[in-house]
Design a protein around this ligand. Structure first.
Ligand code: KG4
Ligand code: ZN
Length: 339
């Protein structure tokens, strides 16, 4: 039996989980900071760090209790070492490294984006290698050729804003509280198709790169020219989401064609969006007779389960009792060692 404790503190969620190699996920605890940051309209990094400090240890205690384990039953500690907010990362890394030293067990620094990519592996219906991964989160939009576990090739990424950032900025312009992605999806459902038309950036160029910064500018211009009654807000949200979906479908189609793969994995916070899921699943099934894999909704956004699972995958690369505590606010998953 190998049990890994996972610690996630890269942004605005404190996530703690315990993953057992044989039994799977034994505990998953989360504390969201959304209400803390909402009144500022976005994440305040210093408040995020302080809140992680308050919550990591109590959540570890709860996770151990839930799984009926004692510290002596844990074999390694996996913590998010990047990418993310430097102060927030340092909280999880410092607590993780300290516990690893105190409990005399190895520590495993985890890349947050690799953990998002692997989150669908926590489901019963797991993807098999190779596949194309679409990573869509608050900080990233990337298409990755996943040759096998730990072997990644970049196919394309956003040249400016990440898709989640575009969702949040457009939502803010529409008067929706931070983080607005999920709420924008909700109001878009009531929107009239084609009342407004947003551009589909970079679809006329070959390749798999994205650009999303123009969408919030388009939303700002439409809002400036129109009354923002609830129906108009819904129509704008619908137009925004229709444009985003068209772009994602076109770029994923290209990625599958380029790699010759049939399967697509979609992960990261934005993959919780049901409308995006529906369109991508349809395209993959109809055009490639392939399958699309997602994590359960709770595991699309940040969580400790994906960190503990990735810790299990990279267990052999764990570090023994070095005293250094390192974090990497910018850390591409392409720099990761092979497994
Ligand atoms: O993966 P995540 O929790 O954090 C990062 O690693 O960035 O992603 C957070 C992002 C936010 O931008 C949030 O608005 C977006 O995911 N998001 C959504 C939905 N749920 C969360 N965007 C669109 N539709 C949703 N249902
Ligand atoms: Zn994330």
């Amino acid at each position: 039996m190998i049990c890994i404790l996972g610690i996630e503190t890269s942004c605005d969620e404190t996530g703690i989980a315990i993953y057992d190699k044989k039994k799977g996920l034994l505990a998953n605890k989360i504390h969201s900071q959304i209400t803390l940051h909402q009144k500022y309209g976005g994440i305040v990094p210093e408040l995020a760090s302080r809140d992680h400090i308050r919550n990591v240890i109590p959540l570890i205690t709860k996770a151990l209790k839930k799984s009926h384990l004692k510290p002596k039953d844990i074999h390694a500690i996996a913590y998010t070492a990047g990418p993310g907010l430097v102060g927030a990362l340092l909280v999880g890394a410092t607590i993780g490294c300290t516990l690893s030293y105190a409990w005399n067990i190895p520590k495993i620094p985890i890349n947050h984006m690799e953990a998002h990519l692997l989150a669908p592996m926590l489901e019963k219906n797991k993807p098999t290698f190779p596949f194309v991964a679409l990573l869509i989160s608050g900080g990233h939009t990337q298409l990755i050729n996943v040759i096998k576990m730990g072997q990644y090739q970049l196919l394309g990424e956003s040249v400016d804003d990440a898709i989640g950032e575009a969702y949040d900025k457009t939502a803010k312009l529409l008067g929706i509280n931070y983080p607005g992605g999920a709420c924008l999806e909700k109001i878009a459902k009531k929107g009239k198709k084609n009342r407004f038309i947003f551009p589909r950036p970079m679809i006329d160029r070959p390749g798999m790169y994205f650009s999303f910064s123009g969408l919030k500018t388009c939303a700002a211009n439409i809002i400036f020219e129109n009354n923002t009654d609830p129906q108009t807000c819904s129509d704008i949200a619908r137009a925004f989401e229709d444009a985003v979906i068209d772009v994602l479908v076109i770029k994923c189609r290209r990625a599958l064609k380029y790699t010759g793969y049939k399967n697509l994995v979609v992960s990261g916070g934005v993959s919780a969006n049901k409308n995006i899921r529906r369109h991508l699943t349809q395209m993959v099934k109809k055009e490639y007779r392939g399958k699309t894999f997602y994590a359960r909704t709770d595991f699309c956004t940040d969580n400790g389960a994906m960190i503990a699972y990735t810790g299990m995958v990279r267990f052999k690369q764990s570090l023994n009792q070095s005293m250094s505590i390192e974090v990497h606010p910018k850390w591409s998953l392409l720099e990761l060692p092979k497994i």
